[in-house]
Design a protein around this ligand. Structure first.
Ligand code: EPZ
Length: 416
């Protein structure tokens, strides 16, 4: 199994480009099931989760061709199964995003239930209740959710904002009969990106990025040409790295509005943040101030940057707190950070970090995607050698992270 070897401490300095957002590309790929002709996507990241989604689409009758950062998707027109099997879904929860488009286009879908996940139980009940409100008949049997029926527009309020649920429903309602009004929707930038693609395909959508979204269902959706938005979580990870290592990092192609809560925090803790049209620069020379943080749905601080922010706070001078409100089990990086010398105490979904701690390199185990990134960051400030094991988690969402860190001057290599 591959691991990353990091020699620290190091200072990150330089400019890097950022690839397309995995979490925007996944629903956009699922939406290609709705198109009756070719969809051309640009800025599609070459990460493991995207390869898994492309395999699933192939299985469902949409072939693909990769040309650099572009992917061209074509419906094959052959009689395809409407089923997302366990073998594909178990490796990636986002496979459940094919449920809405399959059902809307073909009147039937059978998708394996994704099961639990390292960061929480992550049920899909909110997706299913909303599909039922659209008229689907939903049954769960033998570990599969099966949905069938002709979808009809309706007014539905999500009990809580859900990113995947909003995306699934946006796709389903785009081919439902009549008008759908979805309330209490998630407002993440990735949802706006999906709505942009659906609109280019011929859907009529108003309010994406707001709590209430109105969708006029269409009989058919066609092909489109679409560019995926930059990955705000990758951007944020490298910018946190700049503040952490007293470095100076510019990310090109970044969108500051998507990262506002992080940039405000970086400014508060004493880093210098410069924003221009399509780049963000973060510098830090002095000591860091401790600041509390609460994860929340967008436009709050993203849970996907919580672990990285916690690594940053291990170097702040004083006590800071982190409250995780989105997932119930997203502190699995803490014991590993503690093994490296961090002083962090957990009480449920609340953590207190006493800094600054002098971290020292050792072998650490990645447990999920963002936990892996936080351990890599910790390795950059730790004295000596850090070995991050199980980096297949990292490869699900970061495009060769070690290459980008090398461009910034870090001593990082991938070893077998
Ligand atoms: C998306 O997951 C992201 N994944 C996650 O990215 C991200 O952490 C999360 O949104 C929150 O921002 C993709 O976009 C592919 P939710 P999703 O539905 O859609 C509960 C990463 O590291 N819930 O908004 O699954 C759920 O358990 C990751 O890239 C229900 O109870 O998130 C959670 O506590 C991991 N019932 C909360 O809502 C449901 O039916 C928010 O989940 C759905 C969700």
């Amino acid at each position: 199994m591959q691991k990353l070897r990091i020699q620290g401490p190091t200072r990150l300095q330089g400019t890097i480009p950022i690839s397309g957002a995995k979490n925007a590309a996944l629903p956009v790929l699922a939406a290609c099931l709705l198109a009756d002709s070719e969809v051309e996507l640009h800025n599609v990241p070459a990460v493991q989760d995207i390869r898994t989604m492309l395999r699933l689409l192939e299985h469902l009758g949409v072939e693909n061709e990769r040309l650099g950062d572009a992917v061209i998707l074509r419906p094959t027109g052959c009689a395809n199964p409407d089923e997302a099997p366990y073998d594909l879904v178990k490796t990636m929860r986002a496979s459940v995003l094919v449920l809405g488009p399959l059902l809307a286009r073909r009147g039937h879908a059978r998708v394996s239930l994704p099961g639990g996940c390292a960061i929480g139980v992550r049920p899909i009940d909110l997706h299913l209740t909303a599909l039922e409100a659209l008229g689907a008949e939903v049954t769960i049997e033998h570990g599969y959710v099966e949905a069938r029926g002709r979808l009809r527009g309706c007014r539905h309020r999500f009990l809580n904002p859900t990113v995947g649920g909003t995306e699934n429903l946006l796709m389903a309602a785009s081919m439902a009969q009549g008008t759908t009004v979805l309330e209490n929707c998630a407002r993440e930038p990735e949802i706006i990106d999906l709505a942009r693609l659906l609109t280019a395909m011929g859907a009529v959508i108003e309010g994406a990025g707001e709590s209430t979204i109105t969708i006029e269902g269409q009989d058919r959706l066609g092909g489109a040409n679409h560019t995926i938005i930059p990955d705000r979580i990758q951007d944020g990870t490298y910018l946190i790295g700049a503040a952490l290592t007293r470095g100076d990092v510019t990310v090109e192609g970044a969108r500051s509005a998507d990262l506002a809560p992080l940039l405000e925090k970086l400014d508060e803790i004493g880093a210098q943040v410069d924003v221009s049209k399509d780049r963000i620069r973060v510098r830090n020379e002095g000591p860091l101030k401790p600041r509390g943080m609460i994860t929340e749905p967008f436009p709050g601080f993203p849970t996907d940057l919580q672990a990285q922010y916690m690594t940053l706070m291990t170097q702040a001078e004083g006590v800071s707190t982190v409250s995780e409100t989105v997932f119930e089990n997203r502190f699995q990086h803490v014991p590993e950070l503690v093994r490296m010398g961090a002083d962090i105490r957990i009480d449920g979904t609340y953590a207190r970090i006493h800094g600054p701690s002098e971290l020292s390199g050792t072998s650490v185990m990645a447990t999920d995607l963002r936990a892996s990134a936080c351990l890599v960051l910790a390795g950059l400030v730790a004295r000596g050698e850090t070995l991050v094991h199980r980096i297949y988690h990292l490869d699900r969402g970061y495009e060769r992270m070690e290459s980008k860190l090398q461009m910034l001057g870090a001593c990082v290599e991938r070893i077998n």
